[in-house]
Design a protein around this ligand. Sequence first.
Ligand code: ASP
Length: 328
Amino acid sequence: MNSRRSFLQNTLLGGLAAGTADFWARNLPVFDKPDKNAFPVVIATWGPNLKANAAAWEVLSKGGYALDAVEAGVRIPEADPLDTSVGYGGFPDRDGHVTLDACIMNEHGMAGSVSFLEHIMHPISVARLVMEKTPHVMLVGDGALQFALSQGFKKEDLLTEVAKKAWESWKIESKYKPIINVERHDTIGMVAIDSQQRIAGACTTSGAAFKMHGRVGDSPIIGAGMFVDNEVGGAASTGLGEMVLRTLGSFLVVEEMRRGAHPQKAAETAVKRIARKYAKLCEEAQVGFIAVDKRGRFGGFAIHPGFNYVVYQGGENKVYESASFLAK
Ligand code: ASP
């Protein structure tokens, strides 16, 4: 029996190995020659993130590395106390804790993520070190905090007076009801392609405001909140994380691009998948995707109007209003 099994295994593996080269020759996506002027490029969720895009561009325009660019980019809203949905100043959970989620991915398909992390202003940089210094992809909660402290990060109080006041007034009614576009959660997801055409992505958030303690959304989950594949492109999401988690939205967008879809169409497919499966939830909740492909083409799509995204390309940093599945 044993020898029969190993015979079968060897034959199967042998067969696969022999066929592998042909398989890839037949199935690898064929991309037209990229337009040289398309690179570098960086795309991020939400209009106010022009500043984050500019920080990423600062790296990219000097011939820098896409991974450094996305990290530098998303650190801007992480440190901004006025941004109430990312990092420092983020609205807390319903028990008053600011808990942060972030993930990062490089051109080799390596990834790092932290989730349910408290007291660290730059979760994206911790996520990068998870990728670079540990054999793991994801660390959560106290373990993530311990790791961050061991790497020299400072423990800080991230709950600002503004966020505390908002939480106190929320407590009067204690009702969690997302409001479209001002859902009190608008994560930054960012994808960059550098001049050597290396693709990297990052995503960071304080998650849904006044969420249950321990709740984790889509943003730190590779394939849900963000995904890149250097052969294809990258995507990121924002909005009600539960719907993106259930559909692995960013992965879906990238796979659609792999099958030849333009980033705009790929983002539409992911939104339509959500809309078809969760029609009722969609009436009240927003989800938006951004995408960029290996050719430097980009797009964005959302369930509701009001989503926008920013693209820095060819020396210009611009806000784009996203098309949407539902009308106003
Ligand atoms: N997707 C994030 C979450 O659900 C929040 C957002 O993007 O607005 O945690």
